[in-house]
Design a binder for this molecule. Structure first.
Ligand code: NAD
Ligand code: MG
Length: 389
């Protein structure tokens, strides 16, 4: 029985992971669950269904409500950022699924690695922020970081059985999001509802907006650089609207190996949970005759500047990706709150990146401080913009 600690249990990845736990109930059990705590009823339901030994919620008030909803014997209840770290670090588990959204996942994910636990990583923002520190810690503790992100799972699968030295580059595919064909002059009028309508994937709000700006692909370039130890120019992006080819690896002899499948996060999640084995995923099967055509295009960084900003931050290195990520999180939140327009997202990120001098990233503490500083800067700009509306 594999015991799973699930960070981000109430989210899109978290709930899909729990569906797989139910489908393979002889194989997986739930050791711990963590979430923000905004939906206490859902967390209580998950506790009744999966009987975790401990639960951590960010929101302290949610713990009292959870205690009232769950009569003893109940799971151990932890709260606050330290509660999430304690859950990831102290609770016995065979694998920690890191599926919080954003920088909130950094300390718990690092804690899991430092406790020597295998990590199945969905929370790409953590690698964007602290890729060098996280991968170094994973090497030091001998723990694998198994990709959950569909593109990175694809690359991971295309690398099996090959020599790292034979790799030429990787080709990350992108659906192109809902605005793939939108003329540049219409971007300023994009609404929250338009941006939340993703053509192929059903996901949490933050990553859905990232997919609309293509920042998601920018973050994934940085994620791939760290997961697979590549040079920035070894990671290329191809727009592929059908989302059938999940990514490809090109070798030095010109051979390109691709991983294909229907767009269902169940496949990469289950592969991370059972790696190196596979299971018959309860998902639809790929029928290429029904799809008929697979098409590929160059991404347009004119209309999608976030892609350019992410690459620039990766090339700068050090603290630049921390600033990029923090600015993006704040700008996306402000857009979702209807405080700023869609085209302000890249503008704010670019401004903060230009403002903050790039430094080395020597520790997680430094990373946390740079992140907080960048967030304050964006917040000030958002307040000014919103005030001037
Ligand atoms: P989501 O918004 O649906 O869920 C996020 C989860 O994190 C929830 O359980 C929420 O309670 C928790 N959370 C959010 N903020 C928190 C905080 N400050 N402290 C503690 N808990 C907090 O997000 P999602 O779509 O499931 O995505 C999760 C991660 O996986 C993201 O990093 C995303 O980029 C990545 N990812 C998602 C998908 C997808 O299909 N949804 C695909 C690939 C990668
Ligand atoms: Mg992805």
């Amino acid at each position: 029985m594999k015991r799973i600690t699930l960070l981000g249990a109430t989210g899109s990845i978290g709930l899909r992971t729990l569906e797989l736990v139910s489908s393979f109930s002889e194989e997986f059990s739930v050791a711990g669950l963590a979430a923000r705590g905004s939906n206490v009823e859902l967390i209580a339901d998950l506790c009744r269904k999966y009987a975790p030994r401990a639960v951590a919620v960010l929101n302290g008030a949610a713990v009292d409500r959870l205690a009232r909803l769950l009569p003893p014997p109940r799971p151990e209840l932890l709260s606050g950022p330290q509660g999430l770290v304690a859950l990831a670090r102290d609770l016995e588990a065979d694998i920690v699924v890191s599926a919080l959204v954003g920088g909130a996942g950094l300390l718990p994910t690092m804690a899991a690695i430092e406790a020597g636990r295998i990590v199945a990583l969905a929370n790409k923002e953590t690698l964007v922020m602290a890729g060098s520190l996280m991968t170094a810690a994973a090497r030091r503790h001998g723990v694998p970081l198994l990709p959950v992100d569909s593109e990175h799972s694809a690359v991971f699968q295309c690398l099996v059985g090959h020599n790292k030295g034979d790799l030429h580059r990787i080709l990350l595919t992108a659906s192109g999001g809902p605005f793939r064909e939108l003329p540049k002059e219409q971007f300023a009028r994009v609404t929250v509802e338009d941006a939340l309508r993703h053509p192929t994937w059903k996901m949490g709000a933050k990553i859905t907006i990232d997919s609309a700006t293509l920042m998601n692909k920018g973050l994934e370039i940085i994620e791939a650089r760290w997961l697979f130890d590549l040079k920035p120019d070894q990671v290329q992006v191809l727009v592929h609207p059908q989302s059938i080819v999940h990514s490809m690896v090109e070798y030095i002899d010109g051979s390109v190996i691709a991983q294909l499948g229907v767009a269902d996060m169940g496949v990469p999640i289950l592969y991370a949970l059972t790696y190196p084995e596979r299971r018959p995923t309860p998902a639809a099967r790929l029928d290429l005759t029904r799809i008929g055509q697979l098409t590929f295009f160059e991404p347009d960084t004119e209309r999608f500047p976030c892609l350019r900003l992410a690459r620039a931050a990766l090339e700068c290195g050090g603290s630049a990706p921390v600033v990029l990520n923090a600015a993006n999180e704040m700008a996306v939140a402000a857009f979702l709150d209807r405080k700023i327009g869609f085209t302000r997202i890249p503008e704010l990120i670019e401004r903060v990146l230009a403002e903050v001098p790039v430094g080395e990233l020597r520790s997680i503490e430094e990373c946390v401080a740079i992140d907080a500083d960048a967030r304050r800067r964006v917040q000030r700009s958002v307040d000014t913009l919103a005030g001037g509306k």
